[in-house]
Design a protein around this ligand. Structure first.
Ligand code: ATP
Length: 410
């Protein structure tokens, strides 16, 4: 991950994802989509626009409610969210102003005239795109309750205190689900608990360290304006225990606000469905994955840094090396293997430096397997396959290599 616009001095709290970061992020999003959309019959996907009609934000309550209390230090003029700090400036101990509401909505203008009529917002959450498309989805997919709509996309918030690397930024990505059900037929507690269980299982599958996870039931007085119950799933980050993502029972608040209801195709009853919402920040989840995977191990008198990513999440699955760069027969064979494996997995070819260094480089980006072509390969068509975590090497015939890796990278 790189600071955004770095050659121009950067832009505070804006980050770009480099080649491996992009692979990791894509893997995370694809894994979530596969788990929660493709693998289920009661889920479908959506991709709504970031800029929506401002009436959406009026109806949803964001224009009125989406505000944080802002205070300013009278001495150093730094600004803070008053619910984040105590009674004095955390930087210079100066006196603070009275809190005033500060809108988290990021404003922009559509078209050439920067006046009130052109005023609009970048969405602060992907959820509203789901609610306003509820009818379109019903009309085009024949989904029956209970069912859910999933969406992955960018969201923007004019945060007062962004920071802690990619934990809190003004531009970020969300993976959200709105799961609709008939409150007369389904108990919300059951649906809520089921989603919590599904997400616990999923976090284990993507390699989140369960010892660092905490489930914080939000007190009634602290609940967001739309929620009847919320559990914040928290993670022990190096800068403290903080929200990783949220699971909320949003009742019928949103569909009601948008005046949308549902007609049961069998009974013809009309009512407003209720909603459970698991809402995840992609970037925060990525940070938790990286922190869970980071390992330092003693190997002899050296320290090895290794990212123990789950196979499905690892940016690169297999690295292919010729033992020596200046032996054309080895390079040719290694290229052949690389070209055939890359059709199935994200692979990297590396012939630079000694083999031990190349293994370490792959350990540092968490590549589960390295395949090395050496002089024996030329004699018996076998290669070594090295496992990242055990560092054990096995001799495998080239014609069995794809099957060998396939079984292990499942
Ligand atoms: P916080 O209390 O940390 O501001 P929130 O309760 O306002 O978060 P939600 O509105 O529930 O957050 O958003 C759902 C999820 O989106 C969060 O749990 C988090 O993973 C992610 N998220 C929210 N704001 C940001 C941000 N500014 N930067 C990165 N991720 C964010």
């Amino acid at each position: 991950m790189f600071p955004s616009s770095e050659i121009y001095g950067g832009l505070a709290n804006s980050w770009d994802f480099g080649p491996y970061g992009t692979e990791l992020k894509n893997n995370l999003k694809q894994n979530w989509w596969k788990n929660f959309v493709h693998n289920r019959e009661d889920m479908i996907g959506l991709d709504a626009a970031i800029i929506m009609n401002p009436k959406v934000w009026k109806a949803s309550g964001h224009l009125k409610e989406f505000k944080d209390p802002l205070v300013e230090c009278k001495k150093c003029h730094k600004r803070f969210r008053s619910d984040d700090i105590g009674k004095e400036c955390p930087e210079c101990k100066g006196e603070l102003t009275e809190p005033r509401p500060f809108s988290g909505l990021m404003k922009t203008f559509l078209g050439p005239a920067e006046d009130k009529t052109a005023e609009t917002y970048l969405r602060p959450e992907t959820a509203q795109g789901i609610f306003v498309n509820f009818k379109n989805i019903l009309d085009t997919t024949r989904q029956k309750l209970p069912f859910g709509i999933a969406q992955i996309g960018k969201a923007f918030r004019n945060e007062i205190t962004p920071g802690n690397f990619i934990f809190r930024t003004r531009e970020f990505e969300q993976m959200e689900i709105e799961y609709f059900f008939n409150p007369e037929k389904n108990k919300w507690e059951e649906k809520f608990n089921q989603w919590l269980e599904d997400f616990k299982k999923w976090m284990d599958e993507i390699g989140i360290d369960s010892k660092k996870l905490f489930f914080h039931n939000i007190e009634k007085e602290e609940l967001a304006h739309y929620s009847k119950k919320t559990i914040d799933i928290e993670f022990d980050f190096p800068f403290g225990r903080k929200e990783l993502f949220g699971l909320a029972y949003r009742t019928d608040f949103d569909l009601k606000s948008h005046k949308i209801n549902y007609k049961d195709p069998e009974t013809q009853d009309e009512f407003i469905p209720h909603v459970i919402e698991p809402s995840i920040g992609v970037d925060r989840m990525m940070l938790a994955i990286v922190l869970s995977a980071y390992t330092e191990e003693k190997v002899g008198d050296e320290t090895r840094t290794v990212m123990k990513f789950k196979n499905d999440i690892a940016p690169v699955k297999i690295a292919v090396f010729p033992l020596l760069k200046n032996k054309p027969e080895l390079v040719k064979k290694a290229k052949e293997i690389f070209n055939s494996l890359k059709l199935h997995w994200m692979c990297k070819f590396d012939d630079n430096g000694n083999i031990g260094k190349r293994y370490r480089r792959q350990d540092e980006i968490g590549t589960p397997y390295c395949v090395t072509v050496d002089f024996e390969t030329l004699k018996d068509n076998s290669v070594t396959a090295r496992n990242r975590d055990t560092m054990k090497q096995e001799r495998i015939k080239i014609d069995k290599l794809k099957e060998y890796l396939g079984e292990r990278l499942k």
